[in-house]
Design a protein. Structure first.
Lengths: 680, 483, 103, 168, 489
């Protein structure tokens, strides 16, 4: 069986699953759904594994399958491409996707209402998501990538708004979609630029073109390539929740927890990273943009981490953590260490999915309660959840030996040592690492340790989750431990296994490397072994101190003794007031400036509840309405008025008195003679 | 059969109408049935055209020629190229679906309703296939701007003075070599007619009102086909007949700017609508802004995208109007705030609406994306600023539709009256399913559309970009002329 | 003062008569007087015709004048008939009190 | 000489009669003034050797039409009207307009010298045997209008009857 | 000079004789043979018979002209039958017939049904005959007055109705004034030529400078008289009042027959004898045309009385038709003929629907009376739609071709600005026609109203006018050929 030629089946099978779910799901039993939906993903997983193995056997690790031409104007096909980068992605998507599907069969089992509260719908969307995500990572060109890109956005919208009877869910979904759309606008323009510059949107051809001598690196100048890269990056910021378009992701936690795990932690939000890694040649050619990417990544990382420090909603903590970790990935991409970014993406998928699923299990046990202040002491009641989450928290905090350590440490090291990196970037990353450890363990301590702060009724109901939920947890825990072993630092020793991921991905970033070399004009980054050890030590120290600080504050101290964080606390708790800032800028500032009439419209707009990002929309639409009411309608009315006004003289003449008519008649005669007399 | 295929297509609805006249209006079922049969027949006879269409040939095909008003040099001259063939198909398909969807919704004066509908069907097909300018104008029935007539007559005279023969035949008129100033004036006279028809901003104000007055099927056909007459006019007449004026920098800038304003404006005003149908109507303004922008990108991508987008707009906006119609029939109100949480009550309806909405919002793998994206590409090639602004329209497009969806479909069922509404019935399904399939098929495999459009569009683009002195007659495919 | 009478004399006289008739039509409120003014106008035409006829030396002018008189008779008869009908309904012959139809 | 004097006499009669017609208050006085004016015109016909026309003017106009007018004046009670304002409100505008038109009119007439060739005045022979000439022309050259005129009069009769009779 | 009544004279005059005879016969039959009011339908039949006989004679003339070409001159040049004249005779014939058909029911409803009416209709047509075929001033003038006087009577035919009286009075006073001016113009023309024959006048005029003062005097007064008759601004003031006050059927006759006849005369004079002085009268016509379009359109916009609205629209149409005269080339002439032909049918049709709306105790003249016509009488509503669309000049109705030729002629002769103005005014006119359409199709009827006053004759007339309005739009070829033939001498 030639799996390589069947890679197009990998996305199609979940699509089939989705179609079955959405169109016939209502008549299927829960059991059938629980088999078909995860089963389709599992088949994809098997196909992926097979394909990846066969890929490994190829001399040139790249295989394309072109189904049919799609958009002839852009010379774009329905074509799939499997190379090391996409192979990592499909394994993550199908593998973790499958686990989350299994988990969801347990988690969603309690949905009530007609048709099991949309059980089938949920799995339909989930399968659809997998389809789009696989399309995204398997596409052989930007346009098809964009299909997946938009598609996952749609599924994200649908799944965030899954509990659509809740207004907040609907709002969050909409916000996510619209913010993503803003990024997409950048992406579309970026694609057009790319097409204009390279004459193609196929990855292979784009790389080919960029590698050719036609393009020189744009170091120190901000040229068309930089603009292209920047536009693509804007797309990525939307999808991957980077500053300034990150606002949707925390709100997206309105969706069911498996969704948060799959979409908003493991897969979709990393699409931006994937895309930037995919475009490594382009970014390598444009150091200016790379700086921006690194800066945005670092800023997002620390910014989100700082917010995460004080959140009380368990999922929100994880959400900000995700934003922060994504910032890490962009930091890696920005400093030119593309494989490290992908590596972190891959390890992060395990432990963050695990954390979310664990959190889901906790929420499940707590009968839906998400506020950590009402938890505590769950350690013994739900041991498996606790154990697995414990592992994941260690992993994300960067405790050596676990997956997170290797990838995060590599990022820190690269940001220190890469020609594109810098000490500042490292410092930011370092602080973030400490904060990460702190907030994660704050979460652990508040949730699992100490006394239970929940009410009696809830307490009574606390129970460990079913097998279908715990087994995926355990598998992911194993992953969180082991996943990083294929990407150990070189200082640990170099061999084929320990740096497997780097070698595996190397061909993909070959082009980027080449052009980067041409750009930098000198060799690779200096490899200071001592320094690496020192930095590693520092980061371990930071992680540990973060953990112990958390333990000190949240386990040892009584609630009243805890430091409040002073003036910073409200700032952080309110997320740096960004939402308020948007509100202030877009809503209040606007209405204050707008006068009373504007304010009336504004009222409508505010009621409408389009969130902050719709500022421009509101402004312009208000103007539009105003324009429509006063100018366009006005013109129409004016013309009607003119017509009427012009008819008044006629009315004035047509008085009904016959002699007036005769007078007009005579005036006409007079005019004729006058014309003959004077004009001629 | 082949020799007068187009006439058959043109007159099938008319024949249906004639028979319909003799059915007493009391026989309501018979009237409906016959109208459906006629529309279906109209659809069937148009299929051979698209099947036999030779997409590799240049020029017009299935041409028929007959003297009509010899003393004016007016002929009955019809023919199709790729663009018009697609438009004819759009007309017959949407016409049939619209008639079909009226089965339940039109309950009074059916006979008159169906009669008018069939008549209109003939008129619209006529617009798309006529190659004689006066014939075109006459089929243009509802155009209230005789300015156009002056433009046409100017061409007529110019032709006579240059070639010594009076004719309205387009291929003949294309041989004209007019000075720019004259072209500009004729262009403006056409512009008025076409722009009002499209409608382009700021001539759009009639559209929402028309839609709110019209019954569902009327809205569908208005959105799906009637509005296309304007854009079609630009492509078929303004561009090839007046190449220098069409390529004139000022004119192009003005039109593109109006289009972009239309895109953004339509979208933003949609955002604020309280009336479901009006919202969809304003969204049409936005979509058609894309279509005209594509045309005045004046390149292959732009014009191709524009034609495809015209079809897409027909499908997706048609669907949206049908969606409104479904609920209007049940509740008799279009106020958005009357609804909410319909997804609970009518889950299938919610899915259909979602697909319609996404197709309209330009989600990839659905039809809207292909057109919008190609237009954007064309606009980008022509002028990057245009592309940048029109991309904003994509964002807003998502915004108003999602918000509409949220306000009507999601949330709790707040209005008692909405509880217990029946979901889609089989007849409604029958209308929606082909449309959805069509939408998906264009989204996934649009190549046939690009193929069929390639030659005619290339011809137009070539003509527009040629220097005036090199403007030559576009040859009529000798084989395609059957008479 | 006693130079020979030329056709111009007649023409000017006719013009004067025409104008006086017009003045009557325009200014008098009494419909009967207006109808009389119409007679004046037609007489002006007749003066013209006869003068021209004399100048050209043929009878057409005079014949035309006879027909004009006929027309005047017919108009007067019908006009007075209408006047009577109107008077029966409205009890007035003042034309500026007749303004049901306007605008 | 006599002719000139007679012309002026008739002209004055005509104009004076006309002016009185449009100015006098009492409709009967107006009618009588009109008769005077028409008689003046008749005299002018006579001056130009249009004897037949003279007779027609006297018999038809003064004898026929004026009687009709007088009948109507008697029929419709004009006493009330005589007490009313006699001129329309816009009389000033009308006067200006008429005066303007009249001035231009006359100016055109006097400018149109080309019409009257001086020689023509002397050459103009008196139309010999006026009544015969008229008769021949009327029944030969102008036969059609003559017949049509009968239709016109028929219409007028019918019209007068239809309009004036209370019940048909 | 021919002293005898020749066979040519007879051949030419016979239709008019027949019309006059049947007219007189109708007058006589009214009180001699059919005194009973219920027998009045025989009078209508009498009219139809008269028209049929006249029609046969016209057809003979037509055949003769088609066969031998040229023209038939009779009575020493007083009458000329040519294709141009015959074209109008057919229009008059159709108009009179249709007006007769639609009058019957209307007069019943208005309770003023008298036998004189039909006789007068035919006598009016007789007057029109001389207007279109007369080639001698006296004949023309007497014919014109016959028509005019008949119309004065017919306008006032609703004797018990104050508004009808008033309309007749106004029409008569103003008509008399305009006749006076026209007669004055004719007298000057006679003075110029020394003859009343148009052919002689043509020679005399062409011998003169176009700006000869005395010629200007003639042109100005003649033009004023004729512009009044075709109700062109600023001599249109009578039209709205007379149209409103007159019985609706007579309004139709006035709007179509009288206007067509006056245009026939206008074209005869201004393309004929006065053609050589084109440069001096063209500005007048341009001014009148533009003024007519302005006043006609803008005044129509605010009207609430349908008849008044159509009166102003008639002013507007007069302005359009005048444009053909201004263009002055064969296309323009042809355009005028085509326009008048189409105008006849579409306008008659529109008025016909209005007569149907007139019921006992309901004048049916307000725009609101059209409300809900679509529900009540879809047939009438759809035909009315066609007439209105045609009046607005939208294809595929006949009205389009009327405008088409006018525009064509203007562009041919380089009057581009005029063409643009005219085209813009079409847009305005659409506004008020669509007000009526809106009333018919969108507005709802307020309360129960009596059924429409229809009859077989009305339906027949509706069919004829409607089908012709459509036919001329869809297949204009034969009509265009007819018009083309009419202008080729």
């Amino acid at each position: 069986m030639n799996f390589l030629d069947l890679i197009w089946l990998i996305p199609i099978i979940p699509l089939g699953g989705a179609a079955v779910m959405l169109f016939f799901g209502r008549s299927l039993s829960k059991a059938a759904i629980s088999v078909i939906s995860p089963g389709s993903v599992f088949i994809s997983f098997l196909l992926s594994v097979g394909a990846v193995f066969q890929l490994a056997g190829l001399h040139e690790r790249l295989h394309q399958v072109v189904l049919f031409p799609w958009l002839p104007q852009l010379r774009v096909d329905m074509g799939y491409l499997l190379d090391p980068l996409s192979s990592v992605m499909i394994l993550v998507v199908t593998g973790i996707g499958f686990l989350i599907h299994v988990y969801a069969t347990g988690y969603m089992a309690h949905e009530h209402g007609p048709n099991h509260g949309g059980y089938y719908r949920f799995f339909g969307y989930l399968n659809l998501f997998v389809f789009f995500m696989l399309t995204l990572v398997l596409a052989n060109n930007y346009a098809l990538l964009f299909v997946g890109w938009e598609g996952v956005g749609l599924c994200s919208y649908l799944l965030i708004g899954f509990y659509f009877h809740k207004k907040s869910a609907g709002d969050a979904g909409k916000k996510a979609f619209i913010v993503n759309r803003i990024g997409d606008a950048g992406f579309i323009l970026g694609m057009f630029f790319l097409f204009q510059v390279t004459g193609s949107l196929r990855f292979t051809e784009v790389n080919e073109a960029l590698r050719s001598a036609r393009f020189s690196p744009e170091a120190g100048v901000f040229g068309i390539l930089s603009l292209t890269a920047l536009l693509l990056f804007i797309g990525a910021t939307g999808k991957s929740a980077q500053i300034p378009l990150y606002v949707w992701l925390p709100d997206a936690m309105e969706g069911p927890t498996p969704v948060s795990a799959l979409i908003h932690a493991a897969t979709m939000v990393t699409a931006g990273v994937y895309m930037c890694a995919r475009s490594n040649a382009l970014f390598a050619l444009t150091p200016e943009t790379s700086h921006i990417v690194a800066a945005v990544g670092a800023a997002t990382a620390i910014f989100a981490a700082s917010i995460g420090l004080v959140q009380n909603d368990i999922k929100r903590v994880l959400a900000y953590s995700t934003v922060s970790q994504l910032g890490y990935m962009f930091l890696a991409v920005g400093v030119g260490a593309y494989w490290v970014g992908v590596f972190h993406l891959y390890t992060h998928a395990f432990f963050k999915a695990l954390l979310f699923l664990g959190a889901g299990s906790v929420i499940h046990a707590m009968s839906g309660e998400q506020d950590m202040r009402k938890m505590g002491g769950l350690k013994d009641k739900i041991p498996i959840t606790f154990a697995t989450m414990f592992i994941a928290s260690l992993a994300i905090a960067g405790i050596p030996g676990l997956a997170g350590f290797f990838s995060k440490d590599e990022i820190l090291w690269q940001s220190w040592s890469s020609p594109l990196g810098g000490k500042m970037l490292w410092a930011v990353g370092f602080c973030t690492a400490a904060m990460t450890a702190f907030y994660m363990w704050r979460l652990m301590f508040m949730t699992f340790y100490g006394e239970g702060r929940m009410d009696e009724h809830t307490k009574h109901h606390i129970h460990e989750s079913p097998k279908s939920m715990t087994v995926p947890l355990m598998v992911l825990a194993a992953g969180s431990v082991c996943a990083g072993w294929i990407g150990m630092p070189k200082v640990f020793g170099e061999n084929g296994f320990m740096q497997a991921i780097e070698h595996w991905l190397a061909p993909v970033f070959e082009t980027g490397k080449e052009v980067a070399h041409a750009a930098a004009g000198h060799g690779a980054a200096q490899h200071d072994t001592t320094m690496e050890w020192v930095l590693m030590g520092l980061s371990i120290g930071a992680a540990l101190s973060g953990i112990f600080l958390a333990r000190h504050i949240y386990l040892r101290m009584k609630e009243s003794e805890r430091p409040t964080g002073g003036a910073m606390h409200p700032v952080l708790y309110n997320k740096w007031y960004v939402d308020e800032l948007y509100d202030f800028l877009f809503v209040n500032g606007f209405s204050l400036g707008g006068g009373s009439m504007m304010a009336r419209f504004d009222q409508k707009v505010v009621d409408g509840g389009v969130n902050g990002t719709a500022w421009l929309t509101r402004l312009v639409s208000t103007i539009s309405i105003w324009y429509d009411t006063w100018i366009v309608d006005g013109l129409v009315n004016l013309s009607a008025f003119t017509v009427r006004a012009l008819s008044y003289p006629v009315r004035f003449l047509q008085t009904g008195f016959v002699q007036s008519y005769a007078l007009v008649f005579l005036a006409g005669v007079f005019a004729i003679f006058g014309y003959y007399w004077w004009v001629r | 059969m082949n020799n007068n295929l187009l006439s058959v297509i043109l007159f099938t609805p008319l024949a249906g109408l004639l028979v319909l006249m003799f059915i007493p209006s009391r026989q309501k079922t018979l009237v409906r049935l016959w109208a459906n049969i006629s529309a279906a027949a109209g659809l069937l006879v148009s299929i051979p055209m698209i099947v036999q269409f030779n997409r590799n040939a240049e020029g017009y095909q299935f041409m028929e020629r007959m003297d009509w008003i010899p003393s004016l040099g007016v002929q009955y001259l019809v023919g199709v190229d790729g663009i018009s063939a697609l438009m004819v198909m759009l007309t017959t398909i949407m016409g049939f679906l619209a008639i079909f969807s009226s089965w339940d919704s039109v309950k009074e004066r059916e006979k008159e309703y169906y009669a008018m509908f069939l008549l209109q069907q003939t008129g619209m097909i006529g617009v798309f296939i006529s190659l004689d300018f006066l014939l075109f104008y006459i089929f243009w029935e509802m155009v209230l701007v005789p300015m156009m007539l002056l433009g046409i007559l100017t061409l007529y005279f110019q032709h006579a003075s240059q070639f010594g023969r009076y004719t309205f035949e387009i291929t003949e008129l294309m041989k004209l070599n007019l000075p720019l100033g004259l072209q500009q004036w004729v262009f403006s006279s056409f512009f008025l007619g076409f722009a009002i028809k499209v409608p382009m901003f700021p001539f759009h104000t009639w559209l929402p009102d028309a839609h709110t007055e019209a019954p569902t099927a009327g809205s569908v056909i208005l959105a799906a086909v009637l509005l296309k007459m304007g854009t079609y006019g630009f492509i078929r007449f303004s561009l090839p007949l007046l190449p220098s004026a069409s390529a004139d920098k000022t004119i192009v800038t003005v039109l593109a700017t109006l289009s972009i304003i239309g895109i953004l404006y339509g979208a933003l005003v949609s955002l604020m609508q309280q009336d479901w149908k009006k919202l969809v109507a304003y969204s049409s303004v936005s979509h058609l802004g894309f279509c005209t922008l594509g045309i005045f990108a004046l390149n292959q991508a732009g014009i191709t995208g524009s034609v495809i987008q015209q079809i897409n707009h027909g499908i997706s906006t048609g669907m949206l109007f049908l969606v409104v119609g479904v609920i209007y029939e049940r509740r008799h109100t279009r106020e958005i705030k009357e609804y909410g949480g319909l997804a609970h009550v009518m889950p299938n309806y919610a899915i259909v609406f979602a697909i319609a909405m996404l197709s309209s919002a330009g989600l990839p793998l659905l039809n809207g994306f292909v057109g919008e994206f190609t237009i954007l590409q064309g606009a980008f090639d022509a002028n990057k600023t245009w592309a940048a602004f029109s991309v904003l329209g994509v964002i807003f497009g998502a915004a108003y539709l999602l918000w509409l969806y949220q306000r009507t479909m999601l949330g709790e069922v707040t209005n008692e009256k909405n509880k217990g509404l029946p979901d889609l019935n089989w007849r409604e399904w029958t209308v929606f399913v082909p449309l959805i399939l069509w939408a998906v098929s264009i989204g996934v495999y649009p190549k046939p559309y690009f193929d069929i459009l390639e030659k005619p569009v290339a011809q137009i683009v070539r003509r527009v970009h040629q220097t005036p002195s090199a403007v030559a007659a576009v040859p009529v495919n000798a084989e395609a002329v059957t008479r | 003062m006693l130079h020979p009478i030329t056709p111009e004399h007649y023409l000017v006289l006719s013009a004067a008569l025409l104008l006086i008739g017009t003045v009557g039509i325009l200014m008098r409120r009494n419909a009967v007087v207006i109808l009389m003014s119409l007679e004046l106008i037609l007489n002006a035409v007749n003066l013209n015709l006869v003068a021209f006829g004399k100048q050209h030396g043929n009878a057409s002018g005079q014949i035309f004048a006879i027909f004009i008189i006929t027309v005047a008779v017919a108009e007067a008869a019908v006009g007075l008939g209408i006047l009577i009908a109107l008077f029966r309904n409205k009890e007035t012959v003042l034309v500026d009190e007749i303004d049901l139809l306007k605008w | 000489m006599v002719e000139t004097a007679l012309f002026y006499a008739f002209a004055v009669l005509t104009i004076a009669g006309a002016i009185l017609t449009v100015t006098l208050r009492n409709a009967i006085h107006c009618a009588i003034s009109l008769i005077g004016s028409l008689a003046g015109v008749a005299g002018l016909y006579l001056l130009q050797q249009a004897e037949f026309l003279f007779a027609v003017q006297i018999v038809l106009y003064i004898g026929g039409i004026m009687v009709l007018f007088l009948f109507v004046i008697m029929l419709v009670n004009l006493d009330a009207a005589a007490k009313e304002r006699q001129y329309h409100r816009h009389w000033l505008a009308a006067a200006v307009c008429v005066a303007g038109t009249g001035a231009l009119f006359t100016a055109f007439l006097l400018r149109g010298q080309t019409l009257v060739k001086p020689a023509a005045v002397e050459q103009a022979e008196p139309v010999a045997g006026n009544v015969e000439t008229i008769a021949v022309a009327l029944f030969q050259q102008f036969l059609v209008p003559f017949e049509v005129a009968s239709l016109l009069l028929l219409v007028a009769i019918v019209g007068g009857v239809v309009m004036a009779k209370k019940r048909i | 000079m021919n002293l005898y009544y020749t066979s040519t004279d007879h051949f030419v005059l016979l239709p008019a004789i027949l019309l006059a005879l049947f007219g007189c016969a109708t007058l006589l039959f009214d009180f001699l043979v059919f005194p009973d009011p219920r027998q009045r339908r025989w009078l209508l039949i009498c009219l139809v018979l008269g028209e049929a006989c006249a029609g046969i004679r016209f057809w003979r003339q037509q055949e003769f002209l088609n066969a031998y070409g040229g023209e038939l001159t009779a009575f020493n040049g007083a009458l000329t039958v040519d294709q141009f004249g015959l074209f109008f005779q057919w229009i008059f014939l159709a108009t009179t017939l249709i007006v007769g058909l639609i009058s019957y029911k209307y007069l019943e409803v208005r309770e003023e049904h008298h036998g004189e009416y039909y006789g007068l209709l035919m006598l009016a047509q007789c007057g029109m005959f001389f207007l279109a075929c007369g080639t001698e001033l006296v004949t023309i003038f007497v014919g014109l007055e016959t028509m005019a006087v008949t119309f004065y009577i017919l306008v006032g035919f609703l004797r018990a109705d104050k508004r009808s009286n008033e309309a007749a009075m106004k029409y008569l006073l103003l008509g008399g004034l305009s006749s006076g001016f026209l007669a004055y113009g004719f007298s000057v023309l006679y003075g110029i030529a020394g003859s009343t024959k148009l052919r002689v006048i043509a020679e005399a005029v062409s011998a003169r400078n176009a700006w000869d003062p005395i010629l200007l005097l003639a042109i100005a007064t003649t033009a004023v008289g004729l512009l009044f008759k075709i109700s062109a601004a600023p001599f249109h003031m009578w039209a709205p009042d007379a149209y409103e006050g007159a019985p609706t059927s007579i309004t139709a006759f006035l709007a179509v027959g009288s206007k067509a006849a006056s245009f026939a005369l206008l074209m005869r004079l201004f393309f004929g004898p006065l053609g050589s002085a084109r440069e001096s009268w063209a500005p007048l016509m341009i001014a009148a045309s533009i003024l007519s379009m302005i006043i006609g359109n803008f005044a129509a916009v605010t009207q609430t009385n349908t008849k008044r609205l159509l009166a102003y629209s008639g002013v507007n149409h007069a302005g359009y038709i005048l444009l053909g005269l201004i263009a002055g080339n064969p296309t323009g002439l042809k355009g005028m003929l085509v326009y008048l032909l189409i105008y006849t049918f579409m306008n008659l049709g529109a008025f016909l629907v209005l007569t149907v709306l007139t019921r006992k105790g309901l004048a049916g003249e307000d725009i609101n009376d059209l409300n809900g016509l679509m529900q009540r009488a879809p047939g009438y509503a759809i035909w009315m739609l066609i007439f209105l669309v045609s009046l607005a000049g939208i294809p595929p109705t006949g009205g389009f071709f009327g405008k088409y030729f006018i525009f064509l002629a203007l562009l041919e002769t380089g009057h581009t600005t005029l063409a643009i103005i005219a085209a813009l005014f079409v847009a305005v006119s659409v506004y008020y026609y669509f007000r009526l359409i809106k009333a018919i199709f969108i507005h709802k009827e307020e309360q129960d109203t009596p059924p429409l006053a229809t009859s077989l004759g009305i339906r027949l007339a509706l069919g004829v006018t409607g089908v012709l309005t459509l036919l001329i739009g869809v297949y204009p070829e034969p009509f265009l050929r007819l018009a083309q033939m009419s202008i080729s001498r």
